[in-house]
Design a protein around this ligand. Structure first.
Ligand code: PLP
Length: 441
């Protein structure tokens, strides 16, 4: 089944989603289990999804959408990829959770170490939040220092130390940090603008010997998509090396997506520790952190740094993730080339449509991820991303939705493409974007 270009805004109905949302709001805070899904910032009620297939999602009212959220990154092969479903069925027949070691965990760890050269040892967890939180604890233990440096608008999950000028849902809701985080915790986190080499040097000059780790999204997805500049990446690696601070790449979003070996393969950088999530789980709840052996050996029970998980390495999650990673590795060249081609096609099409409509727009993309910002400014950090006309973004988002394109419901998120998006879906998206811009400008 595919979407059709004949869909019109007149046939768009959301009665069933609305009724579910009403029930949800009575028993779930805000009616959703993760804030961005509420679609609040784009002036809409959430759409309740019934099922998904390939590049499409289908809601409770029978509307179909070309999906650019892709479960926020995991679905790089599209929804219901046959290899992933087969692996899940096989694993299901053997039991859903053991609480004891199993073969798939070993295969998963071996595969990650093989794909990502900076990873010598890896520990599986259940989310990206857990991965980042654990990596920071480990960095603090290993260095005997307490300060963490992060960048404004980067999101590393919702652990206390990261809710300081964080991106993603916090940026969407216009809150830079959260009540409930002790001041003592946020005082240990220094947040500075992304791509700002001078600020970075200043912080390291003042505090270098107290910094346990520098954590960053090597390509930012949680302020909308922002790319790092070369000088910035050079400064980061140099300053960490000179001061003994550990370099942590948060590749929860970029890992196995922008290239098989993630952003670190793309930029030729070997971080000390790396966090994974999203793609690594094939659509099931998985995260992982890994890196240098001498650091990872500090984790219990080999070492003294505690970190554990009842469902960590869960057989269903390992089966889905492994199947996805193996398929990506086996077809590496073809897959990443195709996703890059599709992303470029979308980038160029949206760019042209914006020019045609005379709307100031910055379009930013890397293979498999793309954002548009309605601003005249170059988008290089959170502050410049925030100059975007979010009202216009909301209007465009609603237009896209009603015409069958499910775009991430926030200016401060990136879209995700999958291997199942073809020219047909990309071109339909461009046509719809073009029509919507003509209507709203
Ligand atoms: C999504 C994300 C996280 C958090 O992962 P969860 O699985 O949602 O806890 C952390 N870091 C980055 C870069 C992310 O994109």
């Amino acid at each position: 089944m595919t979407g059709t270009a004949t869909k019109t805004q007149e046939t768009f109905k959301t009665d069933r989603s609305s009724r579910l949302f009403e029930r949800a709001r009575a028993v779930i805070p805000g009616g959703v289990n993760s804030p961005v899904r509420s679609c609040k910032s784009v002036g809409h009620d959430p759409i309740f999804i019934n099922r998904a297939d390939g590049a499409y999602m289908y809601d409770q009212d029978g509307n179909s959408y070309i999906d650019y959220v892709g479960s926020w990154g995991p679905m790089i092969l599209g929804h219901r990829h046959p290899r992933v479903l087969e692996a899940l069925e096989d694993a299901l027949a053997l039991g859903t959770s053991f609480g004891a070691p199993s073969r798939l965990e070993v295969e998963m760890a071996e595969l990650i170490c093989e794909i990502v050269p900076s990873i010598e040892m890896v520990r599986m967890v259940n989310s990206g939040t857990e991965a980042c939180m654990s990596a920071v604890r480990l960095a603090r233990a290993f260095t005997g220092r307490e300060l963490i440096v992060k960048f404004d608008g980067c999101y590393h999950g919702h652990a206390d130390s990261f809710l300081v000028k964080a991106g993603s849902g916090l940026a969407t809701l216009g809150i830079s940090s959260s009540p409930g985080v002790p001041e003592a915790a946020s005082k240990l986190t220094l947040s500075i603008p992304y791509n700002d080499v001078d600020k970075l040097r200043e912080v390291f000059a003042k505090k270098g010997s107290e910094i346990a780790a520098l954590i960053l999204e090597p390509i930012v997805g949680n302020s909308g998509l922002i790319k790092p500049n070369e000088e910035f990446l050079k400064a980061i690696t140099g300053l960490c090396r000179d001061t003994g601070a550990l370099l942590i790449f948060d590749e929860v979003m970029t890992g196995f997506r922008v290239a098989l070996g993630g952003a670190q393969e793309m930029y030729g950088i070997k971080p000390d520790l790396t966090c994974f999530g999203k793609v690594i789980g094939g659509g099931l709840p998985v995260g992982a952190y890994g890196g240098r052996k001498d650091i990872m050996e500090r984790i219990a029970p080999q070492g003294d740094v505690y970190q554990a998980g009842t469902l960590s390495g869960n057989p269903l999650a390992m089966a889905a993730g492994l199947a996805q990673l193996k398929f990506l590795r086996a077809n590496k060249d073809a897959i990443y080339k195709e996703i890059a081609r599709l992303t470029d096609r979308l980038h160029q099409g949206l760019d042209l449509a914006a020019q045609k409509a005379g709307v100031a727009a910055q379009i930013s993309s890397v293979p498999g991820m793309l954002s548009f910002f309605f601003t005249n400014n170059d988008v290089t950090d959170y502050e410049s991303a925030a100059t975007s006309d979010t009202k216009l973004f909301g209007k465009v988002w609603r237009g896209l939705l009603q015409s069958g394109v499910y775009w991430p419901p926030s200016q401060f998120e990136t879209s995700f493409l999958s291997l199942m998006h073809s020219n047909r879906e990309i071109d339909e998206t461009i046509t719809v974007f073009d029509q919507v811009l003509q209507e709203v400008k």
